[in-house]
Design a binder for this molecule. Structure first.
Ligand SMILES: [Mg+2]
Length: 449
C-alpha cells in the first residue's frame, strides 16, 4: 500500500528531551551524564527521569521510597520539582522555537507544534531547519530537543517519537533519523518500515487502553492501524480514532489552534506539608491559592464568574476521620480582582469548614472564565457594586502583578494570605528543590572564573 502525502501542509513537533531533568542540568552541569529524577507532590513520586535514570529501571510515577536505594547504590540524584524554574525555561524555549515558523501552538510545558504551511522549502530543507532550530534552542536555553516533521499533527508527533527513540535507543530506528525526522520526505519503503517497527500505542491519542483494545483486535503496529478502514474504525471505536487513522494517512484533520479556546478553569491546589487543623491555616492557604489563580487569570486576560473551593483530609491516613467538601460561590459579576476572589474563597471555606479534622489538601478553582474584553454594559448609578472592577482596581491589580513579577512571588499580597507563608504551614514538602535561578534576583547563579 502506498501512502501519498500532500505537500501543502507541514507541521513540526518540537519536544524538550526529559524536560525537567534537562532544565536542572542547565544550571547544574555536574548532573550531566548522571541518573537524575525529579519528584512531584511532596517529594512522593518520580515525575521525570533522565535517560540514565530510565536505564536504571526507574519507572514514571514510581514512589520515591521504592527507588530510594538507587541513591546510594547507583548515585541517583533526586530533586524536588521546581515548577517556577520549569515554567520560565519553557517560555524561553517556546520563544526560540516559535521564531522558526509563522504559527505556533504551545501544546504542553515542553512541546509545541509549528505550522510551516506556505513556507518555501525544497527536499531536505526542513530537516536543515529542524537542525538549526535544535541548535538554537540548545545554545540559547541549554535544553536539548527533538524535532519531528509531518504533513499532519499526528504524523509530526510520530516523527518526533522516532527522532527521540533513534537518539536514545540506538538500533530502534535508523540512526540518521535521530534528533530530527521528517516523515514527509522519506521514500515509501522507508516510511513503511518505520510504521511496521512502531507499536500502535505510541500513536498520539491511542495510548495504553485503546492500544490494548486494538492489539486484541489484531492491530499491533502503526501500519496495521493505517490499513484499517476509517469508517469501520469510527463504528467500532470512535470518531477520534477515525481521525487518527486519517491523519496517519496524511489527511489533516487537526489544525493548529489559532485562538485557543480560553481555558475553562484555573486550578491552584496543594497537599500540605503537614495536616492543618485550624480554620485560620486554611484561610491563609486558600487566600494564597486564590491570589495565585487570580494572577494567572489576569495573565490570560480573563475574568472569573465563580470560585470553587475544596478541602479534604488524607484518604491515605486510614486512622484519621475522613471529611471532604467542596462548594462553588457564584460571583455577582465576573472579576479579575484578587481581593474579590480571595473573599469569595474565604466565604466558601466558612461554608464547608468543620473543626476536628486533619486537613491534608485544599484548592481553589476559578470557573466560568470569560475574556476581560467582553464587558457587561451597565449604567453607572452612583457607588460601584461590590465585586465590580473600576479602572483604578485593575490598575492596582496590574501593579501588584508587576511588583510580584519583578521582586518575587509574594512580595505584595492580600493580608489574609500573609502569615501562612511566613509560617510555612502549607508549603509543600520540597526538601531538594533547586533555586529559582531565572525568576528571582536572590537565586541568580553566580559564575566564578
Ligand atoms: Mg518531552
Amino acid at each position: 500500500m502506498s501512502i501519498q502525502y500532500g505537500v501543502w501542509r507541514m507541521y513540526a513537533l518540537v519536544d524538550g528531551n526529559n524536560f525537567y531533568c534537562s532544565v536542572e542540568r542547565v544550571f547544574r552541569p555536574s548532573l550531566t551524564g548522571r541518573p537524575v529524577v525529579v519528584m512531584g507532590s511532596n517529594d512522593g513520586c518520580v515525575i521525570a527521569r533522565s535517560n540514565e535514570a530510565k536505564a536504571l529501571g526507574v519507572k514514571m510515577g514510581e514512589p520515591w521510597f521504592q527507588c530510594r536505594h538507587l541513591e546510594k547504590d547507583q548515585g541517583l540524584v533526586a530533586l524536588s520539582a521546581n515548577f517556577t524554574l520549569y515554567g520560565d525555561m519553557s517560555e524561553r524555549m517556546m520563544t526560540v522555537a516559535g521564531s522558526f515558523a509563522p504559527r505556533q501552538e504551545v501544546y504542553s510545558i515542553d512541546e509545541c507544534f509549528l505550522d510551516f504551511a506556505g513556507m518555501p522549502g525544497g527536499p531536505g530543507s526542513l530537516v536543515e531547519t529542524g537542525r538549526a532550530l535544535r541548535e538554537k534552542v540548545l545554545r540559547w536555553t541549554g535544553i536539548p530537543t527533538c524535532v519531528g516533521f509531518g504533513p499532519t499533527k499526528t504524523l509530526a508527533k510520530l516523527a518526533n517519537h522516532i527522532a527521540k527513540s533513534a537518539e536514545r535507543k540506538p538500533g530502534s530506528y535508523p540512526e540518521q533519523l535521530a534528533q530530527v525526522c521528517n516523515l514527509g520526505e522519506l521514500a515509501d519503503e522507508v516510511r513503511r518500515e518505520l510504521l511496521v517497527k512502531t507499536e500502535v500505542k505510541e500513536v498520539w491519542g491511542v495510548g495504553p487502553r485503546i492500544g490494548a483494545q486494538l492489539n486484541a483486535a489484531g492491530v499491533s503496529t502503526v501500519l496495521d492501524l493505517v490499513r484499517l478502514d476509517p469508517a469501520a474504525v469510527r463504528r467500532r471505536f470512535s470518531v477520534v480514532l477515525e481521525k487518527t487513522v486519517l491523519e496517519l494517512r496524511g489527511i489533516s484533520c487537526l489544525t493548529l489552534e489559532d485562538a485557543p479556546a480560553s481555558r475553562q478553569q484555573i486550578m491552584c491546589s496543594r497537599s500540605f506539608g503537614r495536616p492543618v487543623l485550624e480554620m485560620e491555616g486554611l484561610v491563609e492557604a486558600l487566600s494564597d491559592f486564590a491570589a495565585r489563580a487570580a494572577e494567572k487569570l489576569r495573565k490570560q486576560e480573563n475574568l472569573a464568574g465563580a470560585v470553587h473551593v475544596f478541602i479534604t483530609t488524607s484518604p491515605f491516613r486510614k486512622e484519621d476521620r475522613q471529611y471532604s467538601r467542596s462548594v462553588t460561590v457564584p460571583l455577582v459579576r465576573p472579576t479579575g480582582d484578587t481581593r474579590v476572589l480571595v473573599s469569595a474563597a474565604i466565604l466558601a471555606l466558612r461554608a464547608v469548614f468543620k473543626p476536628g479534622y486533619r486537613y491534608a489538601k485544599a484548592g481553589v478553582m476559578l470557573m466560568e472564565l470569560q475574556p476581560e474584553s467582553v464587558h457587561q454594559a451597565e449604567l453607572d448609578l452612583g457607588e460601584p457594586e461590590p465585586g465590580t472592577v473600576p479602572r483604578d482596581r485593575s490598575k492596582l491589580m496590574s501593579a501588584v502583578d508587576a511588583v510580584n513579577r519583578r521582586h518575587g512571588r509574594g512580595s505584595l499580597m492580600v493580608a489574609s494570605a500573609g502569615l501562612a507563608t511566613a509560617r510555612r504551614e502549607f508549603v509543600p514538602k520540597q526538601e531538594r528543590r533547586t533555586p529559582h535561578y531565572t525568576t528571582s534576583w536572590d537565586d541568580m547563579p553566580v559564575a566564578r572564573a
